[in-house]
Design a protein around this ligand. Structure first.
Ligand SMILES: *Cc1c(COP(=O)(O)O)cnc(C)c1O
Length: 379
């Protein structure tokens, strides 16, 4: 079936016991042992719960992987996947990575003996040159945060296979509706499901999906042993949010494309970062691996004053961290999503005070545009 149909039916089709239109909330921490032993497998909710199982099956199906795992946040998913590595291992990670992923690697996993090189993964040569005899994994984000940089998934997975490295993609910005890294040979996909997968800015959640059963066993062990699992009610809300992924994504990215183009034509904007624009260096690579450009647009304003004015005066969007909601969200990476990065690292990446990230929601395109323009023009 087409992904639009699978978004509605995969993993969470009607309830097998009652025929109800959705999987119910199994608000139970424990299950009768005798029933568990007789075969349906549930014994304790940390190890598995029918509502969470349905969500995990749904996302695994959409990504085309062997198994999915739901966690309490995107960072819990990322961190649980990083527990696959061991002291002495070296990782290569996109330099333009979510601030929280940078923080957990440099301030937590580094203390447990895992070393990370942050590399411009848009450059095949730079990635190949960074591989050492200790390298065990490559972690990429494409499109990346906040510059929407594009990494060539086929190239990374080929290199990973050749050098026997685990390849991991953070697919938060594109979602499986637009891009499926397993089609290009990746081993693991992670998501902040807080963003587009849930889509309503009301749940914090993370997902990891693995392509093969052998990795599923290892991650299932970590999920249960480490225990950062997604709660039952949040699993249910996420299943519900996920149903409208395709229509939300279609509408938001249509508006995002239009707004990106208009922003690129006004004098107050120095540069727009959106993979759908002709001047984006990753446009062709992105087109070859994804079916749409997504709903996040970043742009650099002429001055920090202008950026502050926009954040102060914009009335329609939520001014906050996060993205991928039904509402338009305006954020300031330097003081929000990437505040956890030391100022020196931010400066190296060009995450300046003038940079704005816009996650385009489902409001009328004209209303979004007029609100942005009126905020920029206010004194
Ligand atoms: C938000 C985000 C995360 C972290 O997810 P949380 O749900 O906030 O823990 C990871 N990666 C990307 C790309 C994100 O945008």
């Amino acid at each position: 079936m087409d992904i639009k149909s699978r978004i509605i039916h995969a993993g969470s089709d009607r309830d097998p016991f009652t025929g109800a239109s959705g999987v119910p909330l199994y608000l139970a921490s424990t299950f009768d042992r005798r029933r568990a032993l007789s075969g349906d497998g549930h014994d304790y909710t940390r190890s598995g719960n029918p509502t969470r199982d349905a969500l995990e099956r749904a996302v695994a199906d959409l990504e085309g992987g062997a198994a999915g795992f739901a966690f309490a946040s995107g960072m819990a998913a990322v961190s649980s996947v990083l527990l696959l590595f061991a002291p002495g291992d070296h990782l290569i990670v996109s330099e333009d990575v979510y601030g929280g992923s940078f923080r957990v690697l440099t301030r937590l996993f580094s203390r447990w003996g895992i070393q990370t090189s942050f590399v411009d993964t848009t450059s095949p040569d730079a990635v190949a040159a960074a591989v050492t005899s200790e390298t065990k994994g490559i972690f990429v984000e494409t499109p990346s945060n906040p510059f929407l940089k594009i990494t060539n998934l086929s190239f990374i997975s080929a290199l990973a296979k050749e050098r026997k490295l685990l390849s991991i993609a953070d697919n938060t910005f594109a979602t499986p509706y637009l891009q499926r890294p397993f089609d290009f040979g990746f081993d693991i996909v992670v998501h902040s499901a807080t963003k587009f997968l849930n889509g309503h800015s009301d749940v914090l959640a993370g997902i990891a999906v693995v392509r093969e059963e052998s990795l599923a066993e290892r991650l299932r062990f970590i999920q249960n042993a480490f225990g950062a699992v997604l709660g039952v009610q949040d699993s249910w809300l996420l299943l519900r949010g996920l149903k409208t992924l395709a229509v939300r994504m279609d509408a938001s990215q249509k508006t995002a494309g239009e707004i990106a183009l208009r922003l690129s034509r006004i004098p107050q904007v120095r540069r727009v970062f959106y993979p759908g624009l002709d001047d984006h260096p990753g446009k062709l690579v992105h087109r070859s691996q994804a079916s749409g450009f997504g709903a996040v647009v970043s742009f650099d304003l002429e001055s920090a004053e202008l950026a502050h004015r926009l954040l102060e005066k914009a009335a329609l969007p939520l001014v906050s961290v996060s993205l991928g909601g039904v509402e338009t969200i305006l954020s300031h990476p330097a003081t929000m999503s990437h505040a956890s990065m030391p100022p020196k690292e931010r400066a190296l990446r060009g995450i300046n005070d003038t940079l704005i990230r816009l996650s385009v929601g489902l409001e009328s395109p004209e209303d979004i545009w007029e609100d942005l323009m009126s905020a920029l023009q206010q004194e």
